[in-house]
Design a protein around this ligand. Structure first.
Ligand SMILES: *[C@@H]1O[C@H](CO)[C@@H](O)[C@H](O)[C@H]1NC(C)=O
Ligand SMILES: *[C@@H]1O[C@H](CO)[C@@H](O)[C@H](O)[C@H]1NC(C)=O
Ligand SMILES: *[C@@H]1O[C@H](CO)[C@@H](O)[C@H](O)[C@H]1NC(C)=O
Ligand SMILES: *[C@@H]1O[C@H](CO)[C@@H](O)[C@H](O)[C@H]1NC(C)=O
Ligand SMILES: *[C@@H]1O[C@H](CO)[C@@H](O)[C@H](O)[C@H]1NC(C)=O
Length: 380
């Protein structure tokens, strides 16, 4: 009696599962193509795992994250692992901006600035799954007006992730039907193309980075806030990833200024800044990240005019790696062991009319915001 009860319960469970094939027992939704398997959760519309082929044809999980999905909301570090910080990504200088001569105040949650919209942030929300197939999934979010947090007006947004062959695509759309609001999105993707399995180094410095259309970058202050100045990186200088393919991320490690290149009172080594993408032909790879160890090459195509490169300085070695990553010795996310690559509009462009980005960064009734990028994974 008892055992037959359990057998029918088991049968009922697998019956239900058979009709929701995308959702695994671990709470992750899986989509796949011939060479990519990608997994997502509704929290933050987060990519939790991304398996691509290495030079030997083996599957490697190339993005950071956690095995246990219950840990994402609890993680005190909340690095915005492969999720969508909205409705206005990155910094708002001094927690203020204005639209039509009305000044709004946003929360100061990053020194004297606002980061990822303060407590209005979308990377802390549980999004709704509104469509799913074998190779694509759509998440939606309804972000209510929140004027006291400096975010006026309702925003309706969605993201569709899809995979096809060796390409992972991301498409976001959003509208602000009631009033004009700041609206600027990104996908905050963290990579280590070796899945922390290189026995010689878990640091990111031997990955190579090539951004041929990114000779210019936004000069930032100690709090990673752009000053307004746009500089050109000379060949072989710290911020040069344009002059030649195959420059290691750590090519400037021995140059003076590298260990304090991203502010933090001189404590931030490497990169946490915005590079412009200029004069790139349509559908061209604008960022190429590769690693000689795994042989994996990742190419970004995007409709965005620039990209934030953050080389994971602020990881303190307390967060666990996933079970798909690391080796016996390497089990933690240590400082400078990953790189976040975030295609987006100019950081704090809402406060810099001289850059001409305000019209793109503010969306109002009758307008539609859209954002599109893809990553192609091949081998060296
Ligand atoms: C904002 O203020 C300026 C200067 O006072 C004025 O010229 C402009 O028309 C105002 N704009 C709006 C949308 O009210
Ligand atoms: C993001 O929003 C959540 C929920 O409102 C809040 O708990 C968290 O502190 C916010 N994070 C930041 C960095 O402001
Ligand atoms: C998800 O859908 C429910 C029901 O329509 C809605 O109440 C909720 O606000 C949605 N959640 C988000 C994050 O948009
Ligand atoms: C996403 O949102 C846009 C703008 O609201 C809408 O036009 C589009 O139909 C939505 N797409 C999906 C797949 O939900
Ligand atoms: C990193 O690259 C440098 C030169 O590009 C090389 O000398 C070094 O052995 C590499 N280190 C590791 C751990 O792969």
């Amino acid at each position: 009696m008892r055992s037959s009860f359990f057998i029918s319960l088991l049968a009922a469970t697998s019956y239900v599962r058979a009709h929701v094939p995308k959702l695994g027992a671990d709470g992750k939704y899986t989509i796949s193509s011939s060479s990519i398997k990608a997994q997502f959760i509704p929290y933050g519309a987060t990519l939790t795992n991304l398996f691509v082929k290495d030079k030997d044809g083996k599957d490697v999980d190339v993005v950071l994250g956690y095995d246990d999905i219950a840990y994402y909301p609890k993680d005190p570090g909340h690095p915005v692992y492969n999720s969508i910080p909205g409705r206005y990504v990155n910094r708002i200088g001094h927690g203020t901006y204005s639209i039509d001569n009305k000044t709004y105040k946003t929360e100061l949650n990053d020194g004297t600035n606002t980061l990822h919209s303060g407590t209005n942030n979308w990377s802390y929300r549980t999004w709704n799954v509104t469509a799913a197939t074998d190779d694509s999934i759509t998440f939606t979010i309804r972000d209510e007006p929140n004027s006291e947090k400096g975010m006026p007006g309702l925003i309706l947004a969605n993201v569709t992730y899809s995979v096809c062959g060796d390409r992972w695509s991301i498409k976001m759309d959003a509208v602000s039907p009631s009033v004009k609001s700041p609206l600027m999105l990104t996908h905050h993707t963290y990579f280590n193309l070796d899945a922390y399995k290189n026995p010689d180094t878990v640091k990111i410095w031997n990955h190579t980075l090539y951004m041929p259309y990114s000779k210019r970058y936004l000069v930032a202050d100690d709090g990673a806030l752009p000053t307004g100045k746009i500089a050109t990186a000379e060949a072989s200088s710290i911020n040069d990833f344009a002059s030649a393919p195959g420059l290691p991320l750590g090519h400037a490690q021995r140059l003076q200024g590298f260990s304090s290149n991203c502010g933090g009172g001189g404590a931030c080594e490497g990169y946490n800044g915005y590079f412009l993408i200029e004069d790139a032909p349509a559908d061209t790879a604008v960022v190429t990240l590769a690693s000689p160890f795994s042989g994996i090459k990742a190419e970004l195509r995007t409709d965005q005019p620039g990209v934030v490169i953050y080389s994971c300085n602020w990881f303190d070695g307390t967060a666990d790696l996933k079970s798909t990553q690391g080796t016996g010795r390497n089990k933690k996310v240590v400082r400078s062991s990953c790189v976040a690559i975030e295609a987006q509009d100019y950081v704090d462009g809402i406060n810099h009319p001289e850059w001409g980005r305000r019209n793109t960064q503010i969306t109002g009734p009758g307008q539609k915001y859209s954002w599109e990028s893809s990553w192609t994974f091949t081998t060296l």
